[in-house]
Design a protein around this ligand. Structure first.
Ligand SMILES: CC(=O)SCCNC(=O)CCNC(=O)[C@H](O)C(C)(C)COP(=O)(O)OP(=O)(O)OC[C@H]1O[C@@H](n2cnc3c(N)ncnc32)[C@H](O)[C@@H]1OP(=O)(O)O
Ligand SMILES: CC(=O)CC(=O)O
Length: 302
């Protein structure tokens, strides 16, 4: 087993999408301020919205408005595009990276995007053709890689099959979603044993929710296997509308603190990041879930 930590980790900040898709009353202006503050903190990859059905996820209905209002030349803004309609809408506001998303669980796939896993892959063929024609790169997500709220345990072999299908479609990377934050370090290692036997580590990212408080340990486990892209959400915002009880993604502030402790480069200003988290949480009338953010706040108010 390779235990070499990467020298640099790329953070994909998903708070404005994965986080805010679960919050009911966030204004378009607050979303714009959040994404701008995240970019100012040095984050280069920001998932800024989702071009999904507004009937399914009304919280993302203003994604076009949010993205049109942003001028961030050094930031790669990405968005969820489940089908051709979403892809065309994302392209219309200048998105240069799509994210397509399916699952390793049939039941979750049905609840989330209203089709089977195979049907989702077929739909994505249109999205990929559109992306290719417009020179847009595409990231793939596989949800429920460490467990499903409807099916329970998920066989790593199924995760491998779906990940390989996304890569074969032309995704430049597959992000592995522990959608309900149920995984533990042993399960991460077992999953990566299967995946890394067939897929190069540079093609994988991890996207771990923190429902059971295991996300940082799980990320550390993945880093030790050479994974160098981590999805996270400022202030630990979020959850999934189709995974009841799932809490937010691991907090970006906590991941940055972990990386700093390990001497891994990341390019992000932790203080400014924490401020961005406090600002959106003030708008949401709650505190960040990030322990690092709370600790930094206590230091400055003592
Ligand atoms: C793990 C995670 O956190 S993933 C993120 C959270 N989950 C999501 O965002 C997924 C939400 N799911 C969805 O948006 C839906 O399931 C879809 C769009 C993927 C598929 O829904 P379906 O109802 O099967 O789509 P279908 O193609 O039949 O269209 C139904 C309606 O939705 C509209 N629609 C379909 N796709 C889109 C889209 N991308 N954007 C906006 N509207 C859309 C259609 O125009 C149609 O509208 P109408 O009823 O007014 O005529
Ligand atoms: C698209 C996602 O948000 C991935 C997940 O949490 O399963």
């Amino acid at each position: 087993m390779n235990n070499t930590l990467p020298s640099h980790v790329r953070i994909v900040e998903v708070g404005a999408r994965d986080g805010l898709q679960n919050e009911s009353a966030v204004s378009t202006q607050d979303k714009i301020k959040l994404i701008t503050a995240l970019a100012d903190a040095g984050i280069t990859d920001i998932e800024a919205g989702a071009f999904v059905s507004p009937k399914w996820v009304p919280q993302m209905a203003d994604s076009s408005e949010v993205i049109s209002a942003l001028t961030l030349p050094n930031t790669n803004l990405t968005a969820l595009t489940p089908n051709l309609k979403g892809a065309a809408a994302a392209h219309a506001v200048g998105i240069k990276e799509f994210a397509i998303f399916t699952a390793a669980s049939e039941a979750f796939c049905q609840k989330n995007i209203n089709c089977s896993i195979d049907e989702s892959i077929a739909r994505f063929e249109d999205v990929m053709a559109f992306a290719k024609a417009h020179n847009i790169r595409v990231r793939g997500y596989v949800s429920c890689v460490l467990g499903c709220p409807y099916e329970g345990d998920i066989d790593p072999q199924r995760v491998l099959e779906v990940s390989q299908k996304l890569l074969a479609l032309g995704c430049y990377e597959v992000s592995l979603g522990d959608t309900i934050g149920i995984g533990t370090a042993k399960k991460v290692d077992e999953l990566l044993d299967v995946l890394l036997a067939h897929i190069d580590k540079s093609l994988l990212a991890v996207h771990f929710h923190d429902t059971y408080g295991q996300a940082l340990t799980n990320i550390y486990t993945a880093l030790k296997r050479g994974i160098a892209t981590v999805d996270s959400a400022v202030a630990g915002l979020g959850g999934c509308p189709y995974a009841k009880g799932a809490s937010g993604n691991v907090a970006t502030e906590d991941v940055i603190y972990l990386l700093q402790g390990l001497g891994i480069n990341h390019g992000i200003d932790l203080q400014r990041l924490a401020q961005a988290g406090w600002a959106i949480c003030t708008a949401l009338n709650k505190q960040p879930v990030s322990k690092v953010s709370l600790a930094l706040k206590n230091q400055t108010t003592d």
